[in-house]
Design a protein around this ligand. Structure first.
Ligand SMILES: Nc1nc2c(c(=O)[nH]1)N[C@@H](CN(C=O)c1ccc(C(=O)N[C@@H](CCC(=O)O)C(=O)O)cc1)CN2
Length: 280
């Protein structure tokens, strides 16, 4: 292996420790613990695990959690009503709707029911616009975490060609917007993109957010590329074939231990941001 690892675990731990200090300061000043509400619809075991991880890490950081679990057959109207209740509840400072939701639900309508001031997972259109324009605001948790990791490892983005593989509303799309706001030249690749390996070979920075295990191969990469694996496939396998890619890349995120911990750290940091803004 020739690539250096971009480890998320340590930076995420630092971010969570700082969030914990700030959460304690909020409690001290206002007598209120910052509170993150998690909404889980259905019984997908992976989603349940991620939500539990978010709740456990919230607890360790002194952030209270409110858990809403709804059955798989929940309608859009029922979910929107639950989220609106949380949006109006002054004891809740941040709201996270775990993605994906069951197919019968209009996920966009559900995301838009989140009060923009409580959108600590950066999923509303208002947050997306802030990311697109490089304005202050909540970042989508994984893309925001990726940007922090790239900054930590001094990855130059200005003028760099970034290829984002995937265009999901919580990952690929906002990641591209944040890279663009950092003056990268961004290409989105997706299921209908032609000649994907050739396109990826032109990238200085590759963001793999496609949801297919070991999808990006080593011979797709330009030597010296920076590779961010945002995949979270079953068995803790990323979207990038790690062994092959690590022979070609300059910097690469591992799975686990790369982007995943940064996702949760940013969520907690933004929950404290939201509590400070609402209480201050
Ligand atoms: N509303 C959202 N839904 C989903 C998001 C999101 O950011 N917002 N992201 C993904 C999955 N996800 C969080 O929900 C997530 C996946 C993986 C990890 C993580 O830390 N993984 C560890 C390994 C797992 C482990 O330690 O057991 C790692 O990579 O080191 C965090 C969050 C889907 N939905």
């Amino acid at each position: 292996m020739t690539a250096e690892l971009m480890i998320g675990t340590d930076l995420a731990a630092e971010m969570v420790a700082k969030a914990a200090e700030r959460a304690a300061a909020v409690q001290e000043k206002y007598g209120v613990q910052p509170c993150l509400a998690t909404v889980l619809v259905g019984d997908d075991p992976a989603s349940a695990t991620y939500v539990r991880m978010k709740q456990n890490r919230s607890k360790k950081a002194g952030i209270a959690s409110r858990s809403v679990v709804l059955p798989a057959e929940t309608t859009t109207e029922e979910l929107v009503a639950e989220i609106r209740k949380l949006s109006e509840d002054p004891e809740v400072h941040g709201i996270l709707l775990q993605h994906p939701v069951p197919a019968q639900i209009d996920e966009r309508a559900a995301f838009e029911a989140i009060d923009p001031g409580k959108d600590v997972d950066g999923v509303t259109m208002l947050s997306f616009a802030a990311m697109a324009f490089g304005d202050p605001g909540f970042r989508s948790a994984t893309p925001g975490g990726i940007m922090r990791l790239l900054a930590e490892y001094d990855v130059p983005l200005e003028g760099a060609h970034a290829v984002v593989i995937g265009r999901s509303p919580i990952l690929g799309k906002p990641a591209g917007m944040l890279l663009l706001a950092s003056n990268a030249t961004v290409t989105y690749a997706h299921s209908r993109t032609r000649d994907l390996p050739e396109l990826v070979r032109t990238a200085d920075v590759v963001i793999a957010a496609v949801g297919k295990a070991n999808f990006v191969r080593g011979d797709w990469l330009k030597p010296g590329a920076v590779v961010v694996d945002a995949g979270y496939n079953e068995g803790n396998v990323g979207d990038v074939h790690f062994e092959e890619a690590a022979e070609v890349a300059r910097l690469i995120t591992p799975v686990p231990g790369g982007v995943g911990p940064m996702t949760i750290a940013l969520l907690l940091e933004q929950t404290v941001d939201a509590a400070e803004a609402q209480l201050g």
